[in-house]
Ligand binder design. Structure first.
Ligand SMILES: [Zn+2]
Ligand SMILES: [Zn+2]
Length: 263
């Protein structure tokens, strides 16, 4: 599987440095050019041609940094594509998206609720811990994690590889038990939002710091498993980078926008 990082952060921020400007973008990953995992960044990081290839959006939860680029994607694709984009998650996320965003008040309802012919979006409800086959030959298993709203992480697999995506989470158990028994596991993506000095905020907002990350990663029991870190809050990213660099983990990568990973 080819994974492209569209956004690796927990918010958006333009950063000016000596080498010029870079941008931190909200969470979004593009798999095999057509499956998106979390949609905090989509339309602002993909060309129109690339956006036309998007067939599937998989959402971990409803927080804005994970959904906010769906409306611009829909605007861009309107009248341009023949296919519907399937939005998949557990029922509370699908219902929340329709109630709070695509409600004909904040944004037009582009879901095919009444069989409207021009609906670009179609929903697919997933059941926690039950494997579902997506249209592109990839299967996903949602697993509930521990955040301030109902949130799932995912096991994502094809014929040759599997990887785990944590979603936003604090201490949790089930997804690491699933990871420990997943065959062909090639990597785990785990969020880190704050440095250890902001532990109180991490606990209140149910996120992880580098110290908490290590505790979660070790629950899998595979010390060689490649670890990919994302969801850093942009204003504290340098402190997080430094703390992760000091961790006693063999194979850790802090993800950046534009990076590509082959699993
Ligand atoms: Zn988030
Ligand atoms: Zn969140």
């Amino acid at each position: 599987m080819k994974i492209r990082v569209l956004g690796a952060h927990g918010s958006d921020l333009l950063v000016r440095g000596r080498a010029g400007s870079t941008i931190c973008r909200s969470v979004g990953f593009l798999v095999n050019d057509e499956l998106v995992i979390d949609a905090g960044t989509l339309a602002s990081a993909l060309t129109l041609e690339e956006q036309q290839c998007v067939k599937h959006i998989l959402l971990s939860h409803l927080h804005l940094d994970h959904i906010k680029d769906i409306p611009p994607l829909v605007d861009n694709l309107f009248g341009l594509v023949d296919h519907q984009v399937v939005v998949s998650s557990v029922p509370s996320v699908i219902e929340g998206l329709q109630t709070h965003i695509f409600n004909d008040i904040v944004f037009p309802n582009f879901f095919d609720l009444q069989g409207r012919g021009n609906a670009i979006l179609r929903s697919q409800s997933l059941e926690a811990t039950k494997e579902a086959r997506l249209s592109n030959g990839i299967t996903v298993t949602p697993v509930l994690v521990n955040h301030t709203v109902e949130t799932v992480g995912f096991v994502i697999r094809d014929d040759s590889a599997a990887w785990i995506y944590s979603g936003d989470t604090h201490h949790t158990e089930e997804i690491w038990e699933v990871a420990a028994r997943t065959p062909n596991l090639k990597g785990v993506f785990i969020e880190v939002s704050f440095p250890d000095a902001m532990m109180d905020i991490a606990i209140q907002s149910k996120h992880l710091t580098p110290t908490l990350l290590v505790q979660e990663y070790r629950k899998i029991g595979k010390p060689d498993l490649p670890l990919y870190v994302y969801h850093m809050k942009p204003t504290v990213r340098e402190a997080i980078h430094q703390e992760i660099g000091e961790l006693d983990i063999e194979n850790v990568t802090v993800l950046k926008e534009g990076q590509e990973i082959e699993l």
